[in-house]
Ligand binder design. Sequence first.
Ligand SMILES: [Zn+2]
Ligand SMILES: [Zn+2]
Ligand SMILES: [Zn+2]
Ligand SMILES: [Zn+2]
Ligand SMILES: [Zn+2]
Length: 257
Amino acid sequence: MITGICYGIVASTKTRVRCVFCGVYIPKASKCIEEHINGAKHKENMELVYENGISYDSSRGLYCKLCATSFEGSIVQHLEMDDHANYIATLEDLTDGEYIHVDAFLAGQTDVAFCSTCQVTIPCTLHNIEAHVNEDFHIMETLKPLNGLFSVDNPLELWCKVCDVYIDNTTPGVLEHSEDDDHHVNWFKKMEPYTANNGISIGNYLTHEFENKVYCLRCKAEILCNTESIDYHIQTDAHMSAEPHHSEISDLQIPPD
Ligand SMILES: [Zn+2]
Ligand SMILES: [Zn+2]
Ligand SMILES: [Zn+2]
Ligand SMILES: [Zn+2]
Ligand SMILES: [Zn+2]
């Protein structure tokens, strides 16, 4: 018989078990329990549990670790409460585009978030995450791969692949170059129509020091990274007749301005 808290099924009476996440009683027979666990409603609830820091134990009952509170009634009802909804919205805001992973935290597997940019764990509170995304080191490490900046032998410098110049390896140095340097900013402006409307991805080019090609997401083809080659490619029949890639409606490949 499938019981256990990972399914939400706990013993209730001699003849019935209870699904704590759906708030229903089920006859104590393997077939009925299996049917419930495989049902759409239960799966939906389990997804909500894993995405929202919800858990159950016999002493606390249903518990939300985001709100640090036990609750009764339906999970959906709890998720709609202001405190909980605001927490999730703020968490999404803070982690969006920052490479901070909170999935395992929300699923109850850990109490930390992980920043894959800085390769560090962060005790997962809104306050800590906000502090982390504002740290100099995090800002710099996030900007480097978006701007084609690489470490060099001299720890005081970074190399900009786009401009082939050396810049100060400091947060102001990185910010100034990526936001104010004419050559640098113009290169990204020049690339924008290709990345935004033509399915040309420059991410791999920017993050790999020796890569000299960009990638066409429409044609799954590599193209030398210069405007003549890209212009030539986007006018080929193959490219023009290919389906636009879904990235073409987003601006994910363009560094923040
Ligand atoms: Zn259920
Ligand atoms: Zn909550
Ligand atoms: Zn970080
Ligand atoms: Zn540059
Ligand atoms: Zn193409």
